[in-house]
Ligand binder design. Structure first.
Ligand SMILES: Cc1ncc(COP(=O)(O)O)c(C=O)c1O
Length: 393
């Protein structure tokens, strides 16, 4: 028997996520020439859908082989010159990563950190923005280490009061949370393929607006990156869209069709309906863990993301719970934020995730916690989730 079948567990980490058969099949097709007409058509269709996904008709989409971290680096490397000020709105481990990248680029880094599990105070940020007048402000829409969702339009508006360029990390949000790149004036939006979009890992996606493009063109310091240089990638992306494919670095020709298939499904569902589904599933799952005395209290309810949940471990149970849940057939993730290790775990519910998946996950969590000695009533979490699902059907 194929071990991949018998050993398979339901993947409920905050990315990568489960893939539909259509997406798996699209990825399994034979490779195409990266400069041939068939691939060009796939790439052009995929880029058009990326514009829709980011709701950014006026921006240039750029999709390259890599992960979300590469997209973050591309964004900052192209916008920042050494010594220029950048403000990092820090709501967790991934938001902090922007600060590390900016420091390596020689920028003047200012970090405004929210208490773990909270979003930022807009009055405080407005005051800092006006004092610092940063060239770039980074916003992490959903930080996957804390489960905190930030009000992107609110903070983007504050950043624009001093004409800062706004970079939004939508790695754990875009495709699952409401996002409007152009209406919110986002200069660079970015995500990765493996989360709420429901595609395999391996692609970094960006949308680059006119002000960001101008900032790259007007740089005075030499650009020391090579693969990360957007000026190299714009002609490649435009070439796909304008029917004259060009080469810079060989694109991942088997991943583009998988992304296109995932985006087709996403847009067929419709972004508003997809955001509603994520909200409903999240509410049901959170009700389930709350009923198990594993309240989702790490993240303040008003800023809790819909794409994942960060429950506290039950009293007397440690990180071993993650392994016990896996033994019950569901893979969840441990904590990644230094302050949350040994206290929490993380469950992703994004992409094509529906009632079946969250009920399976809650069942596995209940059994694992029960076996670990937690004082829980078997079925309590499932019942609470069912009540939300029934009410909101
Ligand atoms: C919010 C956020 N930003 C950035 C990243 C980094 O993405 P990647 O792991 O694809 O490099 C992640 C990864 O989980 C993330 O959740």
């Amino acid at each position: 028997m194929d071990r991949s079948l018998t050993d398979r567990t339901l993947l409920m980490i905050p990315g990568p996520v489960e893939l539909t058969t259509d997406v798996l099949v699209a990825q399994a097709k034979p490779p195409l020439s990266h400069v041939g007409p068939d691939f060009r058509e796939v790439a052009a269709a995929m880029l058009a859908r990326v514009r829709e996904l980011f709701d950014a008709p006026g921006a240039q989409p750029v999709v390259v082989a890599g992960s979300g971290t590469l997209a973050m680096e591309i964004a900052l490397a192209n916008l920042l010159e050494p010594g220029e000020p950048i403000l990092i709105l820090e709501t967790g481990y991934f938001a902090a990563r922007f600060g590390e990248i900016a420091a390596r680029l020689g920028a003047e880094v200012r970090i405004e950190r929210a208490p773990v599990g909270h979003t930022l105070d807009p009055d405080r940020i407005r005051e800092v923005v006006h004092r610092l007048r940063p060239k770039v402000v980074t916003i992490t829409h959903v930080d996957t280490s804390t489960g905190v969702r930030v009000d992107v339009p609110l903070f983007a508006e504050i950043a624009h009061e001093v004409e800062a360029l706004v970079v939004v990390d939508g790695v754990c949000s875009i495709g699952g949370e409401e996002y409007h790149g152009d209406a919110w004036g986002i200069e660079v939006g970015l995500t990765a393929s493996q989360k709420a979009i429901g595609a395999p890992p391996g692609l970094a996606l960006l949308t680059v607006g006119p002000r960001a493009r101008e900032a790259r063109a007007k740089r005075s310091a030499p650009f020391t990156g090579y693969f990360t240089d957007l000026e190299r990638w714009f002609p490649v992306m435009e070439g796909y869209e304008w029917a004259s494919p060009r080469y810079f670095g060989t694109p991942p020709v088997t991943l583009f069709p998988a992304l296109l298939t995932a985006l087709d499904a996403l847009l067929a569902e419709g972004l508003p309906a997809r955001v509603r589904r994520h909200a409903r599933i999240s509410q049901a799952f959170k009700a389930g863990v709350d009923a198990l005395s594993m309240p989702n209290r790490v993240t303040q309810p008003e800023s809790a993301a819909h794409t994942l949940t960060v429950p506290r471990l039950p009293a007397g149970v440690g990180d071993e719970l993650v392994g016990l849940i896996r033994a019950e057939g569901v893979t969840v993730a441990g904590a990644i934020h230094p302050e949350l290790r040994g206290k929490t775990f993380r469950v992703g519910h994004m992409g094509t995730c529906g009632p079946a998946e969250i009920l399976t996950a809650l069942g596995a969590i209940e059994r694992a916690a029960y076996r670990a000695g937690a004082k829980i009533a078997l079925g309590a979490g499932l019942a609470a989730a069912q009540r939300v699902l029934v009410d909101r059907e």
